[in-house]
Ligand binder design. Structure first.
Ligand SMILES: *Cc1c(COP(=O)(O)O)cnc(C)c1O
Length: 385
């Protein structure tokens, strides 16, 4: 079976995790701050806060931006459910902004229309969460300018995007956003098994997320509200969680991040092979989901859009029967039964639904071999050529 995505684990990765197992700290040691520093290095952000998943980080980011009851958060319908759930965790309501049907990324024009309407109705969102689908950057300049005009905060869900850039700026630099979130689940670009990191250039947001990640507790003498009673003393200032990343996870991340550039280079090489092959059998009339101009994508996913006349389900089933574990990213969040119960309906976001009905994710990961690649391309050609 050829999966759609898969981690790459080296001997060095195994040794890095083993070394931590034999060390004094399995959690709250030196590896997590080192990993955070490496993420700052990759993204050029000033601050990074690691947690046990991107889902937790999205929650922390919303809380740090003071999202709560009575607030509304907007995200993209073409995403994993976590991008929307984080708002609901905070007691806020959620709404969606439709995407560009050829990229699956939030459409700045749709966003502008919706913001204009919301301003007229006096119900502007507090935060918008664009998602860099497949690792391809959204048009952050346009989204960031709209957010500024309307006084809305921005969290970038860059779960797919570590190591990518747009217009010469790294994803995660937060040039047009308040916070960026990365995931290190095993199918993503680099992995910590489970894990996520937030980047920001705002010291108080970083501090707030770090405190909320560990029960809302602080040990910093200068912010204590009561007299320091001794070395054991700490204070809880807000209601936080235990969302900490372990030392094992961070050690794996520290080892993996050394190969980030080579992972992304290999992913881009494989994508180029796919695109060449599709050009060679243009009868396929496939469109592939590609990055904006002047982007370098981490290419988390290789997504193609099938033409109307082809039966996506039949092709999906046949590919799987051949042992090629193609996938579909994503079922639009507003069509999930839980969200339908909140009042969303079919045709609410037609471009997202178009994307969903036509998309197919082909295998893409650094260890995919030339032989497997040929097999995938030939199988697909046989099915739709
Ligand atoms: C994977 C993913 C998440 C959640 O990441 P976890 O680390 O598994 O919590 C959130 N958003 C998007 C777009 C994702 O792909």
């Amino acid at each position: 079976m050829i999966p759609y995505g898969r981690q790459n684990i080296s001997v060095d990765d195994v040794e890095a995790v083993n070394a931590v197992l034999k060390s004094d700290f399995l959690t709250q040691g030196p590896q997590v701050p080192l990993f955070e520093k490496s993420i700052c290095g990759v993204t050029s952000a000033k601050y990074a806060v690691a947690a046990n998943s991107a889902t937790s980080v999205l929650h922390l980011a919303c809380l740090a931006l003071d999202v709560g009851q009575g607030d509304c958060v907007w995200t993209s319908p073409i995403t994993f459910v976590a991008s929307a759930n984080c708002a609901l965790y905070c007691g806020a309501s959620i709404d969606f902004v439709d995407v560009n049907r050829l990229t699956g990324n939030m459409c700045p024009k749709a966003l502008e229309r919706k913001l204009k309407q919301a301003q007229a109705d006096n119900c502007l969102p507090k935060v918008i969460i664009p998602v860099h689908m497949a690792g391809h950057s959204c048009d952050m300049k346009a989204i960031g300018q709209l957010a500024k005009t309307y006084g809305v905060k921005v969290i970038e869900d860059a779960s797919h995007g570590i190591g990518g850039s747009h217009l010469g700026t790294s994803i995660g630099a937060c040039q047009y956003s308040d916070i960026t979130v990365f995931s290190f689940h095993p199918v993503k670009i680099i992995t910590t098994a489970e894990g996520g990191v937030a980047t920001t250039n705002n010291a108080s947001l970083a501090k707030s997320m770090a405190q909320l990640r560990s029960h809302g507790i602080t040990k910093e003498p200068e912010v204590m509200l009561r007299p320091d009673e001794g070395d054991w003393y700490y204070e809880q200032h807000t209601l936080g969680f235990n969302y900490r990343m372990t030392e094992l996870q961070a050690a794996l991340g520290n080892s993996q991040i050394k190969r980030l550039d080579s992972f992304i280079a290999r992913r881009n090489t494989i994508v180029a092979r796919y695109l060449d092959a599709f050009d060679a059998f243009e009868a396929l009339r496939l469109k592939s989901v590609t990055p904006l101009k002047e982007s370098h994508s981490a290419y988390h996913l290789m997504i193609i859009l099938l033409p109307d006349e082809l039966d996506r389900k039949a092709i999906f089933d046949a590919m799987r029967a051949a042992g090629i574990w193609v996938h579909v990213h994503y079922i639009p969040v507003h069509l999930q039964p839980y969200y339908l119960k909140l009042g969303f309906a079919e045709q609410d976001f037609p471009e997202a639904e178009y994307f969903y009905r036509h998309c197919l994710t082909l295998p893409l990961y650094p260890d995919l071999t030339e032989e497997e690649l040929c097999f995938i391309i030939e199988t697909l050609r046989g099915l739709i050529g």
